[in-house]
Design a protein around this ligand. Structure first.
Ligand code: AMP
Ligand code: GLY
Length: 425
């Protein structure tokens, strides 16, 4: 099979690495991919235009029999629809189904209509009405830009004044443009966050697994929110259990997938539920319509079933054939992110990185933002740059392996959290 993967980050490096391991994959094309992804066996990257028409033409010309879409932006922009119209099997939801992530208001209204447990909320486009609501509810309170805002459109306000400032900023179009022209204001939920992943093919739903990421930039869960500074899978014992996973499937995931079908926008792809867990109960914080980054990196390391089989079954509406057939290593995997100093604020690019020649077994460096120059040196090109991911029979051993590799990476302009996997519980 010729497979096409869309994206270029650490998540896509992990997906590419796992897809290429399948005997069914004869060639894997990645657009745009990265230098590191292109160094993997069977993989060719193409720096071509990312518009839907060009990607469909590429898929047709290269006899692609499965397209896997990594990030949310092309999904929201209708790439899966364009490919399906051309009869190309695709893993990922349609643009209307991607609204589960692309519009916080859409997701909250769906949950309200179908009784899916989530934080109480209201939606506003009018500033004064939003301010009155904030004053009525009091702080802490959470203000969210409706649209995609690269993970930055959520303000967890400790004080009323912060929430009011966020609303003014968003509704004036200053901070997020159109994405902030409508806001969701919701109840603050206390607890510990867990990411839970499930697959859907429009009708059938199957659980994948759990993970936890560390969103704050610095040790001890302090500093600004980031896209994620590290993650491990599965979620830790004290907070997560098979029983809770089953409950999340029956109370949250399954009702959502049937609701989407009932609303005329059946969901196909991976559904990533961001959950707040407290006292053994889970509430939905948000949906994403893609794998998490960096959660995908440890998840791919733990997956013990051919990823091509799984994604094809989803793309062909045949997920029921995989019931009880998706296997996981009982080990724990952990990914520690190395980011450029300054991230998530301003940071320098093109700084030198030297990677070790040797690594312990069961460890992989996934690249999220690097390039390889003519003289064979790695240079940083982004905020989150490397994801050092290790697998071991227990989390502590996996953690130590990742940090051992980090100790052998030379990168003066990089930083990482030293407490990934130990900051909680
Ligand atoms: P979201 O993109 O909706 O997941 O929000 C980003 C982050 O903001 C989440 O991972 C949580 O840490 C936090 N957050 C979002 N909604 C709430 C809420 N209702 N209560 C508490 N924290 C929240
Ligand atoms: N790690 C959080 C996300 O992928 O949205």
């Amino acid at each position: 099979m010729n497979i096409l993967l869309i994206g270029s980050g650490g998540r896509e490096h992990a997906l590419a690495w796992k897809l290429a391991q399948s005997n069914q994959c004869s060639s894997l094309h990645v657009i745009p991919g990265s230098d590191a992804i292109g160094m993997e066996e069977k993989i060719t990257c193409h720096g071509i235009s990312m518009d839907n028409a060009t990607l469909v033409e590429f898929a047709v010309n290269n006899k692609i029999s499965l397209v896997v879409i990594g990030p949310e932006a092309p999904l929201v922009a209708g790439l899966a629809d364009a490919l399906r119209t051309a009869d190309i099997p695709v893993f990922g939801p349609s643009a209307v189904a991607a609204q589960l992530e692309g519009s916080k208001g859409f997701m909250k209204d769906l949950c309200a209509k179908y009784n899916i447990p989530t934080a109480d909320y209201a939606r506003f486009t009018n500033k004064d009405a939003a301010i009155t609501y904030i004053k009525e509810k009091g702080a802490p309170i959470v203000v969210k830009a409706d649209g995609l805002a690269a993970g930055k459109g959520v303000i967890v306000a400790e004080k009323e004044s912060e929430a009011i400032a966020a609303v003014k900023d968003m509704l004036s179009g200053n901070s997020f443009g159109d994405a902030g022209s409508s806001v969701v204001i919701e109840e603050f939920l206390n607890g510990e966050e867990v990411s839970f992943f499930a697959l859907a093919d429009g009708k059938t739903v199957l659980p994948l697994t759990s993970a936890q990421d560390h969103k704050r930039a610095f040790d001890g869960d302090t500093g600004p929110n980031t896209g994620g500074m590290g993650a491990y899978s599965p979620a830790r014992d004290g907070i997560w259990s098979d029983e809770l996973a089953n409950k999340v499937m029956t109370d949250i995931i399954e009702p959502t997938v049937s609701a989407m079908a009932e609303e005329g926008c059946p969901f196909t792809g991976v559904l990533y539920a961001g959950l707040m867990v407290k006292d053994g109960k889970a509430k939905l914080l948000e949906y994403n319509v893609r794998f998490g980054d960096p959660e995908c990196q440890p998840i791919m390391m733990r997956l013990d079933t051919d990823l091509v089989d799984i994604l094809c079954a989803c793309a062909h509406g045949d997920l029921s054939s995989l019931k009880d057939k998706i296997n996981w290593k009982t080990d724990t995997a952990i990914c520690v992110v190395m980011a450029a100093k300054g991230y998530p604020g301003e940071y320098s690019k093109n700084t030198d990185i030297t990677l070790p020649e040797k690594k312990p077994d069961g460890t992989k460096i996934f690249h999220a933002g690097t390039k390889h120059n003519e003289s064979g040196k790695w240079l940083s090109t982004g905020g989150r740059v490397l994801g050092i991911t290790s697998l071991a029979h227990d989390k502590e051993t996996a953690r130590l392996k990742s940090y051992q590799v980090i100790d052998s990476i030379e990168w003066d302009e990089g930083f990482y959290r030293a407490d990934i996997g130990t900051a909680r519980g």
